[in-house]
Each structure stands twice: as structure tokens, then as C-alpha cells.
Design a protein around this ligand. Structure first.
Ligand SMILES: Cc1ncc(C[n+]2csc(CCOP(=O)(O)OP(=O)(O)O)c2C)c(N)n1
Ligand SMILES: [Mg+2]
Length: 641
């Protein structure tokens, strides 16, 4: 038995955890990120100082941002590595809630260790405590329950053992993983616990690859063999399971074309003959035209978000059926699909072997190749549009794409860039690790800290963070952390005076970009795209400079290219700042996204948008046809009305 404080035991436990897959064992926790306050400075703070050689500590500037660093790290490590994040009690803790939701939605392991109020309750109410008159057990940390995959509050020292082991079980389970929260009352952190020595010894969590059940495999293969127009939709699970090689082999052997979700983008490099690129609301015409006609859709490691399915309008074949390859039960059941519960790599290999000798109809394969080639030309056109006087955002993306080497990473999360990147970015990394757009939560502010996590996980890769002015303003505070920790990023800060993405969405629903321009008031009113006011005297380049970044200011697209070349060579963090034409967007191709429009309104423009919306909605489907009983489903609303 060892006599230590709860916090000391926890730090030593975390440092001793390993994870193993395919016979390779690696340490699980890279370290602990944190911000101290009275809720953790004496407990975890003391333990982290005493054991700094076991678990490196990295002070952050904002608790939400530090959870994003942890999420970016875990994603780049294919979930085989993580950070712990410690916060004080109260606001420090609730600042982590957004980060927790992001991690859970993207299925990324992060361990949250917020301080909590006294287990003894003696000095209550303490500074920053929420008092709930109806429930003495409630604290602000209960906010973590809906956004975490596992929650515990350690109110007695002995509970640590069970809580720590349960936390590791969830963090290392590919079907369960997400944010895990162990709330630690500030007194309990400092109390002594006697732990068995084995608790503190090295422990390895093995991630077994789950093989597909033979009957399910046979039925999936039969369905695919009988398909005239099969299509694969590759999701993040392909990348996390390191199944990109298996996907390539499957596509090579069968000729089945592949569309990619945001998390799955790059699963098949753009130059591959079966690669259709992005699918869905932000998809390419190549992927979306084939999706419309596909009769069997094989989703691999996807959770079928509304962007992927174009709000359930993407797949229009009346008898379309789905095969869902996944480890998560919630995804296996979607779209009435045939559930192939398995690790992505094992499932793709097994399908390829079972389908040996089968090749897709040559005309379908040719369609895919032709559409892909046409799309390649469209990308080229957008990348070299020569738009003026300000460049278009697509040209900036083209410049970054050209500057990025084969294994470099692009990072983004919110605004108009994720959609543009999804469509336009040419992927090259064979492991699918060159494209990192957080689109589960699409959280403004993720970009810089998320990129820091990527760089910590892959220091050998150049990391290009693409960020809009709106996202930048939400969370620039981790720049000094990057400088302090020597984390080199190339941040491309794209100024377009506010929320160009939501402005375009607002115009499409008839509301003229209301409230999306970062301008002063126009004659006392909120400006719109039709009635803009003066841009604000805000200089984000100087702001970044003041936070420790080296800043390169670009006006023309040639300046951007020049700055990117210099940024690559630079030692430290560089921000390339440039303005783009807010109104020169990349169009949407053969797709739709369900954003409801007001049913009655004073403005004619809204009424017109509503009519168009009701029309578009007719294409929406329910996907209730089962693989066993193919029933013909007419457009759901069309049939009803
Ligand atoms: C935290 C958060 N708040 C609000 C939103 C909704 N939203 C999505 S994009 C966007 C605007 C982003 O602005 P900017 O970063 O400048 O990118 P742009 O739209 O101009 O390309 C907003 C408000 C969000 N995704 N995340
Ligand atoms: Mg903007």
C-alpha cells in the first residue's frame, strides 16, 4: 500500500497508463494542461509540481481552449493519446463545458479534472459556488453530465480507484470514447488515500479490433454484389482505425467510388481514381451526383450527420439501402442500414476478400472517373480565379494547399472555410492525417488551440491553421501559450469583416445578412449587406503581433503565396493576415442543407425563401427501406402532400 494524497495518486496513475493496438504500446497521457485557482492549486497543483517528471504540466490561458488543445491532440493521434485538463472550481470548470461537448461529439478522448466544492460542505458556500436550494448535491460541474461519456464526483478518497479505472475504460474504448469528467472536491484532492501498489504501476489498455460477424459480412457482401451503383461514404472512423490502406485496397479491388465526410476527408487521397472527394451539403458535384443515384451506400465509420446526407436529400434512389460499418451501436442502426458491427480496417479487408473477383459495373466506374476529372478542373478554376481587387477565399485556400507538403496538416473548424476546404482541399497524406476540420461541433475558436494540439502530436508536420476573423476574436488567447511552449503554427487569418458564412445563409433565408457584418451601426441600425456601415477600426494583425506572433501582412494573392513560403521557413509561430472578398464565395454543388425559414413574414424576400425552402424539402427522405425488405420510398413530404 502507498500513502499519498488523492491528487498525487491520480497524477501517478495517469502517468502509468498505456494503450496498445496492433501489438504496439504507447503511453496514453502526454501531460496535463491546466489553469489553477483555489479549487485545484493545493490539491492537483501540488501533485503536478511534485511529479512534474512523471506528467508534464502545461499552463494554458483559457479553459475552453485547453480542452480544444487536448481534442486536437487526440484526433491527430488517432485517439491513442490524450491530455488531462485541470481547472479550478466554478468558472474555470464551466469554461471547459464547450470543449467537453466538442470532444464528445467528435468522439475524442479528453480527461477533464475540474475542482469541485468541499465534500465536507463545512465552509459552504465557497467563492464561485452555485447554491441549489432544492438539491445539496448539485454543483456547476453537473453541467458536464450531458456532454461527457463518463462522469464521476469523487467525494471519498477511496472512490478514486474505481473512478480512475472507469475513466480509462471509456477513454480507450473506440465506441464509447469522448470527454470524461472526474470532478474533484477541493478538500478530497488533498486528503490521504491508501492505494494498493498495483494501482500506481504501469497498466496497458488493449484496443482489440472487433472482427465482423460472419453472417453480417456475408449479407453485406451479397448486397454489394447485387448493387448496380454502389458508393462508399468514408467517415472519421476510417482514419481513427488506421484503415486508409484497407480503404484504398477495397477501392482498387472493387472500383467502388468513395465520397468523404468532413472527419473522413483525406481517407482516400484526392488523386486516387475512385476518389470523389467531399460528399453532402458541402460536397463536390462528383460525389453528390453519384450519391443521388447510388442504390447501395456503404457508410464506413460515419455518424451520418446532416451535412453528410444533405439533410437526408443526398440519396435519391427509391430503393436505396445502407450498410453501416461501425463500432458504435448508435451509428449502426441509422438509415435502417445493415449493421456490420466491426472495426473499419477489419471490415474493409473482410469485405474485399469476400467480394474477391467482383468489380463494379464499368459504366459506373467511368462515371466516377469523368465526374472526378471535371471537378478537378473546377478546383483549378477556383484556385486561380484572379479575382480582384481583393482575392477570393478559394484562391487563398489554393495558395495554402500549394504551400502544404504531402504530410502537412490543415486545421479549421467554423465559418465559410470548412465547407470550402471540404470541397477544394487536395489531400495527399496516405494516412488521412493531412486534413483536420472539426465539424462535429464546428466550434468557433477551436482553430488555434486545436492546431496546437495537432502540432504537439505531430511536430514533424507543418500545421496550417485557417481561421476567419470571427473565429479568431472568439479565442486568440492561446497564442501566448503557443509562444511559451514553442509550438510552431502557420496561422492564415482571413479577414472579411464578420460572419461571411452566416451572412450568406441569412441572405438565402431572405434576411439580408442582418447582424453578421462587423461594422458600426448604420444610422443607429444594425447594418445589413444591403445597408453596410463603416468597417470598425480593428486590426487583428497587430493584435496577433501583440500576443507574440510574427505577423506577415498580405494584400494580393501573390503576397499570400510569398508569406506562406516565408512562414514555412520561420522557426516560431507565424500569422499570415489578409483580406478576402466577403461576397466571392464557393458555390454549393448539387446539394442542400435544411435550415428552416419563417413560415410567415413581413418581407417578400423571406416569403420567397420560404417557398423555395418548402420546394427543396420535398427531396427529403426517411431511409426506412431495410436491406431485407427493400420497399420503394417516395420523397417523404412529396408523398404526404
Ligand atoms: C462558438 C460558435 N458560435 C457561433 C457559431 C455559429 N457560426 C458559424 S460560422 C459563424 C461565423 C464565423 O465567422 P468567421 O470566423 O469570420 O468566418 P466567415 O464566416 O467569415 O468565413 C458563426 C457565428 C459557431 N459555429 N460557433
Ligand atoms: Mg469572417
Amino acid at each position: 500500500m502507498t500513502r499519498v494524497t488523492v491528487a498525487q495518486a491520480l497524477v501517478r496513475f495517469l502517468a502509468a497508463q498505456h494503450v496498445e493496438r496492433d501489438g504496439q504500446s504507447v503511453r496514453f497521457f502526454a501531460g496535463c494542461l491546466g489553469i489553477f485557482g483555489h479549487g485545484n492549486v493545493a490539491g492537483l497543483g501540488q501533485a503536478l509540481q511534485q511529479h512534474h517528471d512523471l506528467l508534464p504540466y502545461h499552463p494554458a490561458r483559457n479553459e475552453q481552449a485547453m480542452v480544444h488543445i487536448a481534442a486536437g491532440y487526440a484526433r491527430q493521434r488517432n485517439r491513442l493519446g490524450a491530455f488531462a485538463c485541470t481547472s479550478s472550481v466554478g468558472p474555470g470548470a464551466t469554461n471547459m463545458v464547450t470543449g467537453a461537448a466538442l470532444a464528445t461529439i467528435n468522439r475524442l478522448p479528453v480527461l477533464l479534472l475540474p475542482g469541485d466544492t468541499f465534500a465536507t460542505r463545512t465552509p459552504h458556500p465557497v467563492l464561485q459556488q452555485l447554491e441549489a436550494p432544492h438539491d445539496a448535491t448539485v454543483s456547476v460541474n453537473d453541467c458536464f453530465r450531458p456532454v461527457c461519456r463518463y462522469f464521476d464526483r469523487i467525494v471519498r478518497p477511496e472512490q478514486l480507484i474505481d473512478a480512475a479505472l472507469s475513466a480509462m475504460r471509456v477513454l480507450t474504448d473506440p465506441a464509447e470514447t469522448g470527454a470524461v469528467c472526474l470532478a474533484l472536491p477541493e478538500d478530497v484532492q488533498t486528503e490521504v488515500v491508501e492505494v494498493p501498489d498495483a494501482f500506481l504501476e504501469e497498466r496497458t489498455w488493449t484496443i482489440h479490433r472487433r472482427p465482423p460477424a460472419p453472417e453480417a459480412l456475408a449479407r453485406a457482401a451479397e448486397l454489394i454484389r447485387g448493387a448496380q451503383r454502389p458508393l462508399v461514404v468514408a467517415g472519421g472512423g476510417v482514419v481513427y482505425s488506421e484503415a486508409t490502406g484497407a480503404l484504398r485496397a477495397f477501392a482498387d479491388a472493387t472500383g467502388i467510388p468513395v465520397g468523404e465526410t468532413q472527419a473522413g476527408r483525406g481517407a482516400l487521397p484526392s488523386a486516387h481514381p475512385s476518389a470523389l472527394g467531399a460528399i453532402g451539403a458541402t460536397g463536390t458535384p462528383a460525389a453528390n451526383r453519384l450519391a443521388r443515384e447510388a442504390d447501395v451506400v456503404i457508410g464506413v465509420g460515419t455518424r451520418w450527420s446532416d451535412f453528410t446526407t444533405a439533410s437526408k436529400s443526398a440519396f435519391q434512389d427509391p430503393g436505396v439501402r445502407f450498410v453501416n460499418v461501425n463500432v458504435a451501436a448508435i451509428d449502426l442502426a441509422k438509415h435502417s442500414g445493415l449493421a456490420l458491427e466491426a472495426d473499419a480496417r477489419l471490415a474493409l479487408d473482410a469485405l474485399r476478400e469476400t467480394l474477391a473477383g467482383h468489380r463494379v459495373d464499368a459504366r459506373w466506374e467511368q462515371r466516377a472517373a469523368d465526374e472526378s476529372a471535371a471537378w478537378g478542373e473546377e478546383v483549378e478554376r477556383l484556385y486561380s480565379a484572379g479575382h480582384g481587387p481583393l482575392p477570393s477565399q478559394a484562391e487563398v485556400i489554393g495558395a495554402v494547399n500549394d504551400a502544404a507538403g504531402e504530410r502537412d496538416v490543415v486545421v479549421c473548424a467554423a465559418g465559410s472555410m470548412p465547407g470550402d476546404l471540404h470541397k477544394l482541399w487536395r489531400t495527399t497524406d496516405p494516412d488521412g492525417k493531412g486534413y483536420h476540420v472539426e465539424y462535429g461541433y464546428s466550434c468557433m475558436g477551436y482553430e488555434i488551440p486545436g492546431g496546437m494540439g495537432v502540432k504537439l502530436a505531430a511536430p514533424e508536420r507543418e500545421v496550417f491553421v485557417m481561421i476567419g476573423d470571427g473565429s479568431y476574436l472568439m479565442l486568440p488567447g492561446e497564442l501566448p501559450t503557443a509562444v511559451a511552449e514553442g509550438i510552431k503554427l502557420v496561422i492564415v487569418l482571413v479577414q472579411n469583416h464578420g460572419y461571411a458564412s452566416i451572412g450568406a445563409l441569412s441572405r438565402s433565408v431572405g434576411s439580408a445578412g442582418f447582424g453578421t457584418l462587423y461594422h458600426g451601426r448604420a444610422n443607429g441600425a444594425v447594418p445589413t449587406d444591403e445597408r453596410p456601415a463603416e468597417p470598425l477600426p480593428v486590426d487583428l494583425a497587430t493584435n496577433a503581433e501583440s500576443l507574440g506572433a510574427q505577423v506577415l501582412r498580405a494584400r494580393t494573392i501573390a503576397d499570400v503565396r510569398d508569406a506562406l513560403a516565408r512562414a514555412r521557413e520561420a522557426i516560431g509561430l507565424v500569422v499570415v493576415h489578409g483580406e478576402v472578398d466577403r461576397y466571392e464565395g464557393v458555390p454549393s454543388y448539387d446539394s442542400w442543407w435544411d435550415v428552416p425559414v419563417a413560415e410567415v413574414a413581413a418581407d417578400e424576400s423571406v416569403r420567397e425563401a420560404r417557398a423555395a425552402y418548402e420546394d427543396a424539402r420535398r427531396a427529403q427522405r426517411q431511409y426506412v427501406a431495410t436491406p431485407d425488405e427493400p420497399s420503394v420510398e417516395a420523397g417523404a413530404r412529396g408523398a404526404a402532400s
